[in-house]
Design a binder for this molecule. Structure first.
Ligand SMILES: [Zn+2]
Length: 134
């Protein structure tokens, strides 16, 4: 019984080794699509919604590690760089940049502000406490 199990296991291992050996000799058939390497959902700063595309876009935690949520402009050394900022101020601040970020340079400031408000409402920084709504 034990012998048989061993034999089967060895057989499976041999087969796997064989398959792996074969595979490594074959040329890579799937074309490498460089555009697919870019994740479809770019993370955005959870304070200002800036797309975080490069490692240097990310803010820093108190221990110097990169923040998972915030950009370098909003968050450094574990703190918001502008903790007093209100959502309204952030909207004003972002309106001129919004068209560029969303690749619509012709977007009007008014439309941009409406959109920004919707986006900011869903971000971590602005949906946290009730202070902003009550
Ligand atoms: Zn930010």
């Amino acid at each position: 019984m034990i012998k048989k199990t061993l034999f089967v296991a060895l057989g499976a291992l041999t087969f796997l080794g064989f398959a792996a050996g074969c595979k490594s000799k074959e040329p890579v058939e799937e074309p490498v699509d460089t555009t697919a390497a870019v994740t479809p959902e770019v993370p955005i700063c959870q304070s200002c919604a800036m797309p975080l595309t490069k490692p240097e876009d990310f803010g820093t935690e108190a221990d110097g590690s990169p923040s998972k949520d915030y950009c370098i402009y909003c968050y450094a050394d574990g703190k918001f760089t502008n903790p007093e900022m209100t959502m309204e101020q952030m909207i004003e601040f972002l309106a001129p940049k919004w068209g560029e970020w969303t690749k619509r340079p012709d977007l009007s400031a008014e439309d941009a502000k409406k959109e920004i408000e919707e986006v900011l409402k869903g971000l971590k920084r602005w949906k946290m406490p009730e202070v902003y709504t009550s």
